[in-house]
Write a protein that binds this ligand. Structure first.
Ligand SMILES: *Cc1c(COP(=O)(O)O)cnc(C)c1O
Length: 232
């Protein structure tokens, strides 16, 4: 049986190969290892193998798992409720799943209260399978404009995130990734003062397509940690 370290090394090789195939510089895509539903021990094994950046969907699970772990960087990648923001900004360096203006307001409030800064990504809805992400492009624009206007001084917007549709149709997946890359290019041109360089796209099943479409960060769980046991 392969170990977490073996699988992590394989995924990193596959990322480097996909960068090369896309004609992109080696190292232009970062790996966020998604450890949701896996134990602290799995995180430690990945860290022993050199992985320091992790993604978790649920704040409470992440808090319990990472409280005894030193030196890991954590991103929140799941839908975030308002009453979880306080804990989220204390444990995570980035909330990748910002999908509404009131969430930004709450992140700002909690960051100010605890003297923190937080990076965020705007999650853009592309798949039909989840409700996650901005669906209304007018609402997205309003959020970006609010940040540009300096309304949220404790928040740094780093770019965009998406989850492609869960389908076997590669063309549909690529179209979803391409649409977010194009959106990001438009926003970067329009808001050059915002550091919107990050494109978090690609999971275990579709990260090669995401890298071909310009992803700068892939979020990979299953290919590293194995299937998730949702209990029951
Ligand atoms: C669970 C999850 C992932 C990882 O998915 P895998 O298919 O296990 O690689 C990536 N992004 C988000 C937002 C997730 O919720």
């Amino acid at each position: 049986m392969s170990t977490i370290k073996d699988r992590l090394m394989l995924v990193l090789e596959q990322i480097r190969a996909a960068e090369q195939a896309a004609g992109r510089p080696s190292g232009s895509v970062r790996l966020c290892a998604v450890s949701k539903f896996h134990a602290t021990e799995a995180v430690r094994q990945a860290m022993d193998a050199g992985q320091l950046l992790f993604g978790e969907s649920r704040v409470q699970e992440a808090r319990q798992k990472f409280e005894s772990v030193q030196g890991a960087e954590l991103h929140i990648i799941g839908q975030l409720q308002r009453n979880k923001v306080r804990d989220a900004v204390r444990i995570a360096s980035c909330v990748q799943s910002v999908d509404r203006l009131p969430l930004l307001e709450e992140i700002e409030r909690q960051c100010e209260r605890f003297g923190r800064r937080t990076d965020i990504l705007f999650e853009v809805h592309t798949g039909e399978d989840t409700k996650a992400g901005y669906t209304d492009m007018g609402a997205l624009r309003q959020s970006v404009e609010a940040l540009c206007a300096g309304q949220f001084p404790h928040i740094t917007p780093r770019g965009f995130m998406t989850m492609a549709p869960l389908t076997g149709d590669e063309r549909a997946i690529r179209r979803a990734f391409a649409s977010v890359r194009e959106l990001s290019e438009r926003y970067r041109a329009e808001f050059p003062r915002l550091p919107l360089t990050e494109l978090s796209m690609g999971m275990s099943g579709d990260f090669r397509l995401a890298i071909a479409e310009g992803s700068t960060m892939v979020r990979i769980g299953t290919a590293i940690f194995g299937e998730r046991d949702y209990g029951g």
